[in-house]
Design a protein around this ligand. Structure first.
Ligand SMILES: [Zn+2]
Ligand SMILES: [Zn+2]
Length: 256
């Protein structure tokens, strides 16, 4: 199995997984990079998995379905280019001989779903769209902070070695904010250095892992006393009223 992040637009990744013959892609906002990769890798597109309705995740669906006949899977409660198989938590997608469990992860959008494969070449795999980013999380466009926190907790409970395939290269800017929140976190300082080196060489910082995110991602660490103290310095009244997580998300929205 080969797992490849295909760059699209300014900072999107369209994840491709293939076994040398058949491929799946996740959130193809643009058909062109997928068609080029299918050609380059010499594989056929079997399945398209969609996590949520935003155009930068769905813009290439129609063209790819037309060009390849691939089957489309997407969230039950969002508007995705038809026809598609509509999914919600408890459903399983079979693709490339692998089983992907569907998780409901509302927050960024109201019907956002994620795809979790318990074992691919011995390691779990997660396609989480715009819910969990390395060192960050998605903006709350349609859901509440409470929903997003519950969704992130659900993802954080997956095995530590789960490969986390996020759909944007936001890692460095997320890390700058994370360091503002938690300047004394040694794992975070080391990871920032590593990601700066990777980006300087034009490399992708993903996939991340659940264990790494638990060590460095402030949005998975809002129960830590140091993070609560930082959030209070930003907005103590906000923490009292809405909690640490909601205050962190608010802080990040304003952070430059
Ligand atoms: Zn989105
Ligand atoms: Zn996006």
């Amino acid at each position: 199995m080969k797992l490849i992040p295909l760059p699209a637009f300014a900072d999107n990744y369209i994840w491709m997984l293939h076994d040398g013959q058949q491929a799946l892609v996740v959130d193809p906002g643009d058909a062109a990079p997928v068609l080029q990769a299918l050609d380059r890798e010499g594989v056929q597109l079997q399945s398209i998995l969609v996590t949520h309705h935003h155009a930068d995740h769905t813009g290439g669906v129609d063209a790819l379905r037309q060009a390849t006949g691939a089957q489309v899977f997407g969230p039950a409660r969002e508007t995705i280019p038809e026809p598609l198989r509509r999914l919600q938590e408890g459903d399983t997608v079979q693709a490339l001989g692998l089983a992907f469990q569907v998780l409901d992860v509302p927050g960024h959008t109201a019907g956002h779903i994620a795809y979790y494969c318990a074992g691919m070449d011995g390691t779990p795999l997660l396609f989480c769209g715009d819910t969990l980013f390395s060192a960050g999380c998605g903006r709350l466009f349609e859901g509440t902070a409470t929903q997003m926190l519950a969704s992130l907790n659900k993802l954080a409970a997956l095995p530590g070695d789960t490969r986390v395939c996020c759909t944007h290269e936001y890692t460095l800017s997320n890390l700058k904010f994370a360091l503002e929140v938690e300047p004394d976190n040694a794992a975070l300082v080391a990871y920032y250095q590593r990601c700066q080196d990777l980006r300087a060489q034009g490399q992708v910082t993903l996939p991340s892992s659940i264990a790494l995110e638990q060590a460095i991602n402030p949005f998975l660490r809002s129960q830590q006393p140091t993070i609560a103290a930082s959030a209070r310095r930003f907005d103590a009244a906000g923490v009292d009223q809405h909690g640490v997580f909601a205050t962190l998300r608010q802080w990040k929205n304003q952070y430059r």
